[in-house]
Design a protein around this ligand. Sequence first.
Ligand code: E4P
Length: 224
Amino acid sequence: MKFFIDTADIDEIRDLAATGLVDGVTTNPSLVAKTGRDFFEVLSDICSIVPGPVSAEVAATDTETMLAEGRALAKVADNIAVKVPLTPDGLKACKTLADEGTQVNVTLCFSAPQALLAAKAGATFVSPFVGRLDDIGQDGMGLIGEICEIFQAQPEITTEVLVASIRHPIHVTDSAKMGAEVATVPPKVLRQMFQHPLTDKGLDAFLNDWAKTGQSILKAKAAE
Ligand code: E4P
């Protein structure tokens, strides 16, 4: 499974990309607004740090302007994936951009029929939003399961399921079980994925016991 990080914060991206475990980045207008920075500058900074797909969302709602914006965004770097909303205009723009060879991420997907349409429009990724469905009392992970099942039953579909609006690590592991190709995770959730109290406890015990031996691996090696 690929891990993308869902943020436009350069410090966070730099820090987490240094782990070597980040395959891409997703941004959205709200995340860009939070930075207070120029969109194009933020994007080129991100693209210089992460070689994988970097999603950049259009702000227009009509196909023609979405296409103009999408083409401008795609020029920032080869790894830009233009993000369009799951609307009739957005899917028209998706089809044209995909035909031009641009990666497209269709965002704001909340149902299986919407996901099928995104696939038909040639999307590279479709982004179903798990947490926002959970927030209104609907089954976010149920939707991921449904989309994965449908895509697996339709071998001609090459669109990847990019699970979005993730709130905690269980959303990630459940998505992996269902066969989703990508999870875009907020930095906080990616950090939570590293953690287990027994890892910390076990490491403390090993370090204490090692200290009692009075040995140093590097000094022993250097003395050889
Ligand atoms: C995905 O690309 C979106 O940026 C994101 O996952 C939205 O998540 P939210 O519901 O936490 O805003």
